[in-house]
Design a protein around this ligand. Structure first.
Ligand code: PGA
Length: 243
């Protein structure tokens, strides 16, 4: 089970260091669950320093496929590795929606990161309009299909995050059945080991979501910003792993 906190554009270096120190204290031994935090690029260093030797890994929120070059605003794989980062989120719906990321750029970023030895959480998910138009399966096939084309044989370093866009930051959560159906569908056409659920995961709903078949963890936004709520979700995952 993997629980990843996506901090989006929150927490500068000082807040990051304080949060990580608090998380270590609250969480204690995390051997039953893999825990990841994904701060903004400028806070990555603070997180890496604070979490050194702890087992909690630091991911970036994006990564570019080129080694270096004229790509203003981007960060390369080797830059992340040199900063002690263990992986990256790619293709988050906010990247797709506001910054023009596509199925292809997402797949390209994911393949390049894996090739460099980074872990990857590649995000997919339908909008409300697509769900209501009965297009969820087609959208997931298209989005995951682009990833499958670039990465035909996924290994454990790749996780897909199923994040229905209508459930992100809205307080609306997919029902456990919706999450399970989507995860089973994805695994049916792509042999990825781990599919995380994302979209308004919080301590109150973590148990029922994470106990579904084919739900192998969570990508948590809002509830990852507070030590208490993030810790509670990690502890739920650890308990379910043990049981
Ligand atoms: P949320 O965000 O938990 O705040 O809905 C999830 C995400 O965007 O990864």
């Amino acid at each position: 089970m993997l629980i990843a906190g996506n901090w989006k554009m929150h927490k500068g270096p000082g807040e990051t260091a304080a949060f990580c120190a608090g998380l270590l204290e609250a969480l204690g031994d995390v051997s039953d669950v893999e825990v990841v935090v994904a701060p903004t690029f400028v806070s990555v260093h603070a997180a890496v320093e604070e979490l050194e030797d702890s087992g909690i890994r630091v991911y970036a929120q994006n990564v570019h496929w080129a080694e270096e070059g004229a790509y203003t605003g981007e960060v390369s794989r080797s830059m992340l590795i040199a900063s002690g980062v263990a992986g990256a989120i790619v293709g988050h719906s906010e990247r797709r929606q506001y910054f023009g990321e596509t199925d292809e750029s997402t797949a390209q970023r994911a393949a390049a990161a894996l090739e460099a030895g980074l872990g990857v959480i590649a995000c997919v998910g339908e909008t409300l309009e697509e769900r209501e138009g009965d297009e969820t399966e087609a959208v997931l096939r298209r989005q995951v299909g682009a990833i499958a084309e670039a990465i035909p044989e996924p290994d454990a370093a790749l996780s897909i995050a199923y994040e229905p866009v209508w459930a992100i930051g809205t307080g609306k959560t997919a029902t456990p059945e919706m999450a399970r159906e989507a995860h089973t569908l994805i695994k049916g056409f792509y042999p990825v080991e781990r599919v995380l659920y994302g979209g308004s995961v919080k301590p109150e709903n973590a148990d029922e979501l994470l106990s579904q078949d084919d739900v192998d963890g969570a990508l948590v936004g809002g509830a990852s910003l507070e030590v208490d709520s993030f810790t509670a979700i990690c502890e739920t995952a650890a308990r379910l792993t043990r049981s």
